[in-house]
Design a protein around this ligand. Structure first.
Ligand code: HDD
Length: 725
């Protein structure tokens, strides 16, 4: 075949969809003989080669040695952070709105780009629980026609530190303590709080970490943020600053801390399973990609520095413009080959985008490539199917561990004449990555600009922007965490820092710890702007700059999305349940996008009052209310008696009430509810006055329950605290 034709075929292949590319590497073993790694058929995989049938085994057994050797080398180092994660394939479709600012091809109207997104926790090991109080990673690999772009973000828009040189210290502090490797996947220990109370630049992020953002209901229901300020470059080489946002179509939802603790025991794979099940059932998670665009000329208009990753740009000042939508629609075929081996690097960027001088970002540019070399064993990790670019990769890089490309020809250098000058660089006006031109001046100095010094203003804005319920959760989270610390000076320093955020917050947290306020403990790195600060190249504009006192977009509860899609509704049934109402409710909820699940005291089937039966999805001994979003008690008559006598059924009801979730109960069965909730007062008519309880007398009333589902939680159930579970 002529060379040109070979090249064309290769390029065509490379530009096929990612699924087609991956398909070339996948294998299923249907109708195949078992072979060795050399393709030799194996006729006995049960017995090793022995000297006599009672042994000893012989060194000669090359099948045994090959199998054990491979097994012994099956693990690669887990990620040093974000070790626990889960991922899915999908597509990003741009709506074209970004093309005004950015020339990247994947942002042009209608362009569909294959993506692979991995969600993760940060602190825990690979086997840790999904429901740890933690930041969630939100990393997306875009296989664009111009090369790979990795948007490696988190579900919180700011970070703990301002400079990458502190990252190893921060991670050491939050990870299990080095002498005894306790505690796993938790920030509730002395070293974390010691670090963040000294490094007050962490305060803003700590507020986010103590908020409900740190315990999402689902990966499908959390936002994502690129955190740093990046640059976008348009066709005419104009530059603007940009912050990236992912907005989930299902809205942002979280669980309560008591639920998180229980889910960690009942189903540590809660988020992983949730993502997997949603995609398998066809309920594909969707997220809009948004940008906050800041003209280059506005760089110094804010009361903080755009290069400071502990600050966010309030949406009230710069609205988020939606530029496309990502749909995750396929689960990986193989966890290790795809989710574990995917290698994100913040340096993977395409023409039209660029980095800024954010010192955290600058350090990340080194760290990700370095970590992939360690984890994946060498410089050829980009050849692994999950990391492989869809755009052709043509360069003079050669050799190294596990090299797969067989590069032909004698020239592996550029410029060359012997190879016809190929591959040639896309210089001049030709397409290709060009760094945005930026005027640089200054002195070489190991220092930080004064514009990074304010550690508390945005932390305060965050706290003040929360609803009363959310503020209470933050206070309780601080108390839970600090009550796990053993060193009193650590706790006192945290309170001292919180006093600088909000005195009310500090006082409330301190009261739970038995610490009298005010506390004055200096934090050595809590710098103040000196009154006589010299005129520098850039001074913070705290007085004149753009700022807000509160920002509605920072609260989860202020931004509800009324949807019942994919919510899991437990139908608690015992033999003799109300078949007519239950069957209709199950059908209706399914039709409206929710996921009804039959829960009963035992496995197998549960019999209705009209002779029919339903398959039990979850039996009470092996499940818990915390795994569901709402409860429909579908029993009537003697079936209520059975549930009333079942302690696990009553616990299920009581927890659902305590966690402020919607409950539907068939009229006449209220006694079961009352008996499950001793301590909760009834109103003058002998009913529960709490919101979020639907009494069903006829099928049409399911609508009331669905309206409650749309709200998801009823945090104003003030007596929820009285429920003992
Ligand atoms: Fe990082 C992984 C996000 C700061 C060094 N980081 C990692 C992952 C995410 C983030 C989502 C997991 C990617 C995956 O799913 O495989 N990291 C962030 C964000 C940061 C951040 C949003 C601040 C804005 N990270 C950060 C700094 C450094 C690192 C400052 C080092 C200087 N991060 C790493 C790493 C990891 C990583 C050690 C571990 C595994 C990996 O890269 O692939 O290199």
């Amino acid at each position: 075949m002529p060379k040109k034709e070979v090249k064309k075929q290769r390029d065509d292949r490379a530009l096929q969809s990612k699924d087609a590319q991956l398909e070339q590497y996948t294998q299923d073993a249907t109708d195949e003989f078992l072979t060795s790694n050399q393709g030799v058929r194996i006729n006995d995989n049960q017995n090793s080669l022995k000297a006599g049938s009672r042994g000893p085994s012989l060194l000669e057994d090359h099948f045994l040695r090959e199998k054990l050797t491979h097994f012994d080398h099956e693990r690669i180092p887990e990620r040093v952070v974000h070790a626990r994660g889960s991922a899915a394939h999908g597509t990003f479709i741009a709506n074209g709105a970004a093309s005004r600012y950015c020339k990247a091809a994947f942002l042009r109207k209608g362009v569909a780009t294959p993506v692979f997104t991995r969600f993760s926790t940060v602190a825990g090991s690979r086997g840790s629980t999904d429901l740890a109080r933690d930041v969630r990673g939100f990393a997306t690999k875009f296989y664009t026609q111009e090369g790979v772009f990795d948007l490696v973000g988190n579900n919180m828009p700011v970070f703990f530190i301002q400079d990458a040189i502190k990252f190893p210290d921060f991670v050491h502090a939050v990870k299990p303590e080095p002498h005894n490797e306790i505690p796993q996947a938790q920030s509730a220990h002395d070293t974390f709080w010691d670090f963040v109370s000294i490094n007050t630049e962490a305060t803003h992020m700590v507020l986010w970490l103590m908020s409900d953002r740190a315990i999402p209901r689902s990966y499908r229901m959390m936002e994502g943020f690129g955190v740093h300020t990046f640059k976008m470059i348009d066709e005419d080489n104009n530059v603007c600053f940009v912050k990236f946002h992912w907005k989930p179509k299902l809205g942002v939802n979280s669980v309560l801390w008591d639920e998180a603790l229980k889910i960690s025991g009942k189903d540590p794979d809660f988020h992983r399973r949730d993502l997997w099940d949603a995609i398998e059932s066809g309920a594909f998670p969707q997220y809009d990609l948004g940008v906050q665009v800041i003209p280059e000329s506005d760089e110094f208009k804010f009361d903080f520095d755009l290069l400071d990753p502990t600050k966010l740009v309030p949406e009230e000042l710069v609205p988020v413009e939606i530029v496309g939508t990502m749909t995750l629609n396929r689960n990986p075929d193989n966890f290790f080959a795809e989710t574990e081996q995917v290698a994100f690097c913040i340096s993977h960027i395409v023409p039209g985008l660029d980095f800024t001088n954010d010192p955290l970002l600058q350090g990340r540019l080194f760290s990700y490539l370095d970590t992939q070399l360690k984890r994946l064993g060498g410089p050829n990790f980009h050849e692994l199917p999950i990391n492989k670019s869809l755009a052709p990769v043509v360069n003079n890089q050669r050799d190294g561990h596990m090299r797969q490309t067989i590069n032909r020809g004698r020239t592996s250098y550029e410029p060359n004449r012997l190879g016809g000058g190929c591959p040639f660089q896309a210089g001049g006006d030709m397409a290709g990555f060009k760094t945005a031109v930026e005027k640089m001046q200054g002195i070489k100095v190991r220092d930080r600009n004064l514009s990074f010094v304010d550690h508390f203003t945005q932390a305060r804005v965050f706290y003040l922007s929360q609803t009363v319920t959310e503020k209470t959760h933050i206070v309780e989270a601080f108390q839970f965490e600090l009550l796990h610390c053993t060193d009193n000076s650590v706790k006192e320093r945290v309170i001292s820092v919180l006093q600088q955020v909000d005195v009310d917050l500090a006082t409330k947290v301190a009261s739970g710890l038995g610490i009298a306020t005010p506390v004055q403990v200096p934090s050595p790195l809590n710098l103040q702007i000196p009154a006589d600060a010299p005129e520098g190249e850039y001074q913070p504009k705290s007085a004149a700059g753009l700022k807000v006192a509160q920002s509605k977009s920072l609260s989860i509860l202020e931004n509800p999305v009324p949807s019942i899609e994919t919510l899991k509704v437990a139908f608690l049934l015992a033999d003799g349940f109300d078949e007519k109402l239950v069957t209709k409710a199950v059908e209706q909820l399914k039709a409206d996008g929710a996921v009804p699940c039959i829960v009963a005291p035992l496995g197998g089937t549960v019999a209705g009052d009209k002779g029919g039966s339903l398959k039990v999805d979850f039996a009470l001994p092996a499940t818990g209310s915390v795994l569901f979003d709402a409860l429909y008690v579908g029993s009537a008559g003697k079936s209520v008696t059975a549930l009333t006598a079942d302690a696990k059924a009553k616990l299920f009801i009581a927890e659902t009430y305590k966690h402020c979730k919607p409950i539907a109960i068939i009229d006449g069965s209220q006694s079961l509810l009352f008996q499950s909730l001793p301590g909760v007062a009834l109103d003058s008519e002998g009913d529960l006055s709490a919101e979020g309880i639907a009494v069903i007398t006829k099928a049409a009333e399911l609508k009331d329950f669905e309206a409650m589902l749309e709200k998801k939680r009823f945090h104003n159930r003030t007596d929820a605290d009285k429920v003992v579970v």
